[in-house]
Design a protein around this ligand. Structure first.
Ligand code: PLP
Length: 375
């Protein structure tokens, strides 16, 4: 059997990794500034993380949500404290898309309405509802297109209000920082306006922090730069450092009803051991602070070049927008300089390094980029 061929892959086979370094099957070392779509938060194969997973697997590995799981309660308590949302509740699932599905379902249950407002250049995942609120026509099937969604421009609060006036809106979903659509940062004024408008019109504000959350922007969640408190916050990617895990933080205004949400694998023991280890390491190694400090350092040192149009983002969620397609630049960075980067659209190099990136590693990238730009 062949693999279903839907990914454009570089011909590199990683076999070992540590912190921000990856080795391939030929022994070549790489600097990882992408973390496999931003999932590596505390660094590859962190010893405390590996130990926590091994120890958990030896005790009890898998079980469904039919009996009490104290690891979930531990995560809920610690996540509440560390994120600044101790009064919210936690529902655990398996991925970012699933978190957004659950967030939109909650908004719809709560309001009794069925329209969602989303934004141009958004990305929310690959499940049916998540695709419907994603602004990328190439991934929308006729099935997805049947959902009721209104797209507005990011940072255009008037357009959002015009849709809210229709009276059928369950929720507004917005990324803390738009990732796959090209690192667009909503202004704090816009996020504040969204929050006020949602309150005024009785809609739920859903913050998709799947990519921008868990410390990546230099605050626990990127929306905290605007000082707002959304109704639902969706999480994924870095929450368990690559172990599949997702979840939503839910405001106290939502009433839980038995059976309203559910999952077989969400919150399983291994995912919880991984997620609790991630919080331990983020806290003991001050990785949120590091993401901000090293990210801003990196951003300020991107070489000036007339080939670069703009550098956008916060902390370790950065996009370098070029005036030309970046495919060749990324190939040179990977095969000549041995640095993994990501992409957004055709012209942007997207950097989503593990949160433990050091200044010295940032310097390596800066020197390599300068070299590639000079060619
Ligand atoms: N939301 C955002 C902002 C994302 O960037 C992604 C994935 O890239 C998702 C949701 C979907 O997450 P997953 O692939 O874990 O379903």
């Amino acid at each position: 059997m062949e693999l279903f061929d839907v990914y454009s892959l570089f011909d590199v086979t990683p076999v070992r990794a540590e912190a921000c370094t990856i080795w391939d099957d030929k022994g070549q070392e790489y600097l990882d500034l992408y973390g496999g779509h931003a999932v590596i938060s505390v660094g590859h194969s962190h010893p405390a993380y590996v130990a926590a997973l091994k120890e958990q697997l030896e005790r009890i590995g898998f079980y469904s949500n039919s009996v009490r799981n104290p690891l979930q309660e531990e995560l809920a308590h610690r996540l509440g404290e560390m994120s600044g949302y101790p009064d919210y509740s936690l529902f655990l699932d398996n991925s970012g898309a699933e978190s957004n599905e659950n967030a939109m379902k909650l908004a719809s249950f709560h309001t009794g309405k069925d329209r969602i407002i989303a934004f141009r250049r958004s990305f929310h995942g690959r499940t049916s509802g998540a695709v419907a609120v994603t602004d990328n026509p190439t991934i929308v099937s006729p099935f997805n297109a049947n959902h009721k969604v209104s797209f507005c421009d990011l940072n255009d609060a008037e357009a959002v209000e015009a849709v809210l006036k229709g009276g059928d809106v369950a929720g507004v979903i917005v990324e803390g920082i738009q990732g796959c659509g090209g690192i667009h940062v909503p202004t704090p004024e816009f996020l504040k306006a969204l929050s006020e408008l949602c309150d005024r019109y009785g809609a739920c504000l859903i913050l998709d922090e799947v990519q921008s959350g868990y410390g990546r922007s230099g605050k626990f969640f990127a929306h905290q730069w605007a000082g707002i408190r959304p109704d639902v916050i969706s999480m994924g990617k870095g929450i368990a450092n690559g172990f599949p895990c997702g979840g939503i933080l839910i405001s106290p205004k939502f009433k839980a009803v038995k059976g309203m949400l559910g999952t077989t694998f969400g919150g399983n023991y291994l995912a919880m051991a991984a997620a609790n280890a991630v919080l331990d390491i983020i806290s003991s190694e001050k990785l949120v602070e590091n993401a901000y400090e090293v990210g801003e350092y990196l951003k300020s040192r991107i070489p000036a070049s007339d080939r670069i149009a703009e550098v956008r983002g916060r902390g370790l969620m950065l996009g370098i927008e070029f005036n030309e397609p970046v495919a060749e630049i990324r190939k040179k960075l990977l095969f000549d300089e041995h640095i993994f980067t990501g992409v957004a659209g055709k012209n942007m190099v997207r950097l989503l390094a593990p949160l433990c990136l050091s200044r010295a590693e940032a310097d390596i990238f800066i020197a390599s980029l300068a070299k590639v730009l000079a060619q």
